[in-house]
Design a protein around this ligand. Structure first.
Ligand SMILES: C[S@@+](CC[C@H](N)C(=O)[O-])C[C@H]1O[C@@H](n2cnc3c(N)ncnc32)[C@H](O)[C@@H]1O
Length: 224
């Protein structure tokens, strides 16, 4: 069912907006029908890669859905969890496990970690900061640990790229989004949401998910 998005979609997309924060959980599932499936895949990897007493980051946590999906593993392993979110409006809606740091993920003072997740966040970081940020994160993965990235990616050229974009459009319509709201949202993202260049990912990143414009990778740090 449509959420009458015309009432709250900002002209220029931002997460520093109480309307966006209020509607986020419903909106993301309307826009991305695979959202819960991919979130569950992240939880599955957490179950495999978070050791007893491990350190775990959820980078760009929004309302905390990744943390919620990891909660059982975090508790069972006695892991230390830090969610990072820069928007106070999103943070006010945070419903995941403690603790939440309201901070810029790009400049956050990370400690070496066992498991970190960038779920739909790199596409919102300034393009010229992404390579450095990814290199820094990779250097902080502990041996045997993992970094998971799920993001919008650059499209193949030509007709296949058109088909990929239309797949997303078709999903949104099928989930009940109104065409005018799909357009409004799409235009509002100009200059803020830019797809990730997958070539920035470390060479050993393994693809675990792709559907049209969106993909997910896991980077595992060798044990030696
Ligand atoms: C699409 S949402 C992420 C969804 C979330 N990871 C989830 O699983 O539901 C993008 C989030 O990243 C946050 N974000 C964007 N840039 C950030 C930054 N530099 N530091 C921290 N958070 C950031 C936004 O405020 C927003 O809440």
């Amino acid at each position: 069912m449509s959420l009458d998005a015309s009432k709250w979609i900002p002209t220029h997309w931002t997460f520093r907006n109480s309307g966006v924060a209020e509607h986020f959980d419903q909106h993301v599932r309307e826009q991305l029908p695979w959202y819960d499936l991919a979130t569950n895949a992240v939880a599955h990897f957490g179950w495999h890669f978070i050791p007893r007493g491990g350190v775990v980051y959820d980078i760009g946590a929004s309302t905390g859905n990744i943390g919620l999906a990891l909660k059982e593993t975090l508790e069972q392993r006695g892991a230390r969890f830090i969610a990072i979110e820069e928007s106070r409006e999103m943070a006010a809606r945070y419903n995941g496990p403690p603790k939440l740091a309201i901070a810029d993920a790009a400049t956050f003072d990370y400690e070496p970690f066992d498991f970190a997740v960038c779920f739909l966040v790199l596409m919102f970081l300034p393009v010229d900061t992404r390579a450095t940020f990814l290199r820094r994160l990779e250097s902080l993965i502990k041996p045997g640990g993992a970094l998971v990235v799920v993001d919008k990616v650059q499209m193949p050229a030509g007709y296949l790229g058109t088909a990929f974009s239309r797949l997303t459009l078709q999903h949104k319509l099928a989930m009940g989004a109104q065409p005018v709201d799909i357009l409004r949202k799409e235009l509002s993202l100009a200059g803020y949401q830019r797809p990730l260049d997958a070539a920035l990912l470390p060479g050993r990143a393994e693809l675990f998910f792709q559907l049209g414009e969106f993909a997910g990778w896991i980077v595992v740090k060798p044990e030696h």
